[in-house]
Ligand binder design. Structure first.
Ligand code: NAD
Ligand code: ZN
Length: 253
């Protein structure tokens, strides 16, 4: 049974961060809800409103591709106006102080970079929604061009180099993970002395393997999430609370 109060756990979190030398953060959609971006699996999350689009369905059907782009352009408009919250800012301060070696994120909203982390400090294992790419030759494509083409023709455009399908550069369900980024994420998880999960239900694999890799290499594991996760029992500390309140002021000198 968990007898510790929130205040006791919060004090322990601060001690663990103070004592750590090489921290890795692992963030999910929950770190961005306080910036106004809904997550997937909370009761009011996106999956309560619509089904996810699978990669194979995107490839197979023009109708599905049009729906995928429709959702993408709506989401990108939300991302464009969203501002980093105290969770993102605390991580940026820890990076500034040299303690945070990287932030592995499942998010595609770009809020870690907006909070001051460099592209190099963020490992986006589910990709990035600010540009598109050809699924065959990987030629990058400007999303505004895609939006204009769909508006003008009613059809999704093809790659101007090879005729391949164009998709936003995010990893859809059923799509292969980027090997280089997963490799770096696994290496950092193995190299850190403190691994902090913030706002992930830890239900999506292989990303959810990362906390286990960290523990296996003797790092301390902290999970900060509103709802319980399957890995709370493995954690040295878990806090079921709001990320913004919990991270408020952390990393300030
Ligand atoms: P998830 O929706 O499965 O889980 C989010 C978790 O965050 C939930 O367990 C919830 O309890 C918790 N949470 C929500 N708000 C919180 C808060 N303020 N404080 C503390 N905890 C909070 O999300 P996931 O684990 O990231 O995995 C799903 C996929 O969702 C990822 O692949 C990601 O790419 C994608 N996604 C990204 C965004 C984004 O970029 N912001 C938004 C929606 C989904
Ligand atoms: Zn191409």
């Amino acid at each position: 049974m968990d007898c510790n109060s929130y205040d006791e756990k919060h004090a322990r979190l601060i001690d663990m961060i103070n004592e750590a030398e090489r921290i890795v953060a692992f963030t999910g959609a929950g770190i961005s809800t306080e910036s106004g971006i809904p997550d997937f699996r909370s009761p009011n999350g996106l999956w309560s409103q619509m089904d996810p689009i699978m990669y194979d369905d995107f490839v197979a059907s023009e109708e599905t591709r049009l729906e995928d782009w429709r959702r993408r352009f709506i989401m990108n408009k939300d991302f464009a106006i969203a501002k980093p919250n105290e969770g993102h800012l605390a991580l940026a301060r820890l990076a500034q102080s040299g303690k945070l070696i990287s932030t592995i994120t499942q998010n595609i909203d770009g809020l870690h970079q907006k909070s001051g982390l460099s592209d190099e400090q963020v490992i986006e294992i589910h990709g990035n929604c600010t540009y598109g790419a050809c699924l065959d030759c990987e030629e990058p494509v400007d999303l505004h061009w895609v939006e204009r083409q769909i508006k003008a023709t009613g059809a999704t455009p093809r790659c101007s180099k090879c005729g391949g399908l164009i998709k936003a550069a995010i990893i859809s369900f059923g799509q292969a993970m980027p090997q280089d980024k997963m490799h770096r994420a696994m290496q950092d998880a193995a190299d850190c002395d403190l691994f902090i999960v913030l706002g992930s239900s830890l239900q999506v694999y292989p990303a959810a393997n990362l906390p286990q890799i960290a523990k296996h290499h003797d790092a301390q594991l902290v999970i900060i999430n509103r709802d319980p996760t399957p890995f709370d029992g493995l954690a040295d500390l878990y806090i079921h609370g709001e990320i913004g309140t919990t991270m408020q002021g952390i990393g300030r000198p």
